[in-house]
Design a protein around this ligand. Structure first.
Ligand code: GLV
Ligand code: MN
Ligand code: MN
Length: 411
């Protein structure tokens, strides 16, 4: 069994075929959650899973579970997977690799005629990226008992569509209860999305945990006015206020050592007209740090900084926290299983922390969880240029295969 390896070419070809759904002019993928493109990607995944003999179920949050039966189906499944949705200008690997690595394991076990004792579930979590509805990994949070289904289903996008109606529209509001089935362990494979493995010349990152994250929505209200007639000193320009706040937030990140990361990535201006002074600006803040206490202090400092700027410019301010995830430590047993398996297979590995958030961070509060990272070129991710090497992706999938086999047992 030690010699069993995944089919690198088949894994790569599946990634490339999936990458055609929502392909962007710049060579990446734009496939936002619960769009028609997401539906096409889901349909393809379901078709591939059914062709591989899996039984596919969909829960109320649209999470798709493809099960390869074991010889003892009273045992809870060993689960793997990630997400098929992407950033607006994303790559072919962030998330997709983890889902298709799970499928490749099923295909490899089928080819080798290996039966496991426990079932294997390959999952596609709904809306990991959180681009449209403001907050990511909500569907795995519901599965893990960390969020009520309605808190996610009632969220709206910028056009006023809710998560729930969009899920129904694309035909993936399933009938399986959303609040999780028993799972023996969850192992997620993912590209690193950072530069460390490449720089250190390692193929596998054994992920120990992930940094904490707090996200906010900031609404700045001023007053609309005529761009040609209202004198500068009489203006209450919401966008000018927001711009000052964004600069202050960026400086705040540099003032803390070691640096937190603070990102303002989305901004809406009302009415968004060349010759009307902006009356409202709404922007997002994503803040992350490995120390929960620093992250909490930072939240206060950010809110104070925005308050002060709003006060000085006679602007109204609403500063709302919309999500909070504390630092995550993965399961010691899963961590050692990944580390030992990489050693046994002779693959260079190192321990690493995740800067990015993942569905595994929610699952870690529900079941023993681990993550396997593989390098991506120059650490570039959330970018159309995201690249990973076929041999590294296959190596991560081999480690995943053997960890899953060990956990599921061979019949
Ligand atoms: C996931 O893409 C994240 O925001 O970390
Ligand atoms: Mn991801
Ligand atoms: Mn991502």
């Amino acid at each position: 069994m030690n010699n069993l390896r995944v089919n690198s070419e088949r894994l790569w070809d599946s990634l490339m075929e999936m990458g055609r759904i929502g392909a962007t002019a710049g060579g990446g993928v734009g496939r936002l959650a619960l769009t028609d493109l997401d539906r096409q990607a889901r349909d393809l995944f379901v078709r591939w899973c059914e062709q591989a003999g899996c039984v596919v179920r969909v829960d109320r949050m649209g999470n798709i579970f493809a099960r390869r039966q074991g010889s003892d189906d009273t045992r809870p499944p060993v689960m793997t997977g990630s997400h098929l949705d992407t950033q607006p200008l994303g790559g072919k690997f962030d998330g997709i690799y983890g889902v298709l690595a799970g499928l490749e394991i099923v295909r490899t076990l089928n080819d080798a005629g290996v039966r496991t004792l426990a079932p294997i579930d390959v999952v596609n979590w709904t809306d990991e990226e959180g681009v449209r509805f403001g907050s990511g990994t909500l569907a795995s949070a519901v599965f893990s008992g960390l969020c009520e289904p309605d808190d996610a289903l009632t969220r709206t996008d910028l056009d006023g569509n809710t998560f729930g109606t969009e899920l129904e529209r694309i035909g993936y509001a399933g009938n399986v209860a959303a609040n999780g089935h028993p799972v023996a362990a969850f192992i997620e494979a993912h590209i690193e999305q950072g530069p460390i493995l490449e720089a250190k010349g390692k193929t596998i990152g054994v992920v120990l945990g992930a940094q904490g994250q707090r996200c906010f929505r900031v609404t700045v209200d001023g007053e609309e006015g005529h761009a040609g007639t209202l004198p500068m000193e009489k203006r209450r320009d919401a966008l000018v206020g927001a711009a000052r706040m964004i600069d202050a937030l960026n400086r705040l990140a540099f003032e803390h050592k070691p640096h937190p990361v603070i990102t303002v990535g989305a901004l809406q201006v009302r009415p968004n007209s060349r010759n009307t002074i902006p009356g409202r600006a709404v922007f997002s803040i994503d803040s992350r740090h490995p120390d929960n206490a620093v992250l909490a202090t930072l939240a206060e400092r950010m809110s104070q900084a925005c308050d002060e700027i709003a006060g000085n410019a006679d602007l109204a301010l609403k500063f709302e926290q919309i999500s909070h995830r504390a630092t995550v430590a993965f399961d010691d047993g899963c961590i050692s299983a990944i580390r030992d398996t990489a050693s046994r297979l002779g693959i260079a590995h190192m321990d690493i922390y995740s800067g990015a958030g993942h569905d595994a961070c929610n699952l870690a509060r529900y079941t023993p969880t681990g993550m396997i990272f593989v390098p991506c070129e120059k650490g570039i991710s959330h970018n159309e240029k995201e690249k990973a090497l076929p041999q590294d992706l296959a190596a991560g999938c081999d480690v995943l295969l053997h960890v899953m086999l060990e956990r599921a047992g061979i019949s």
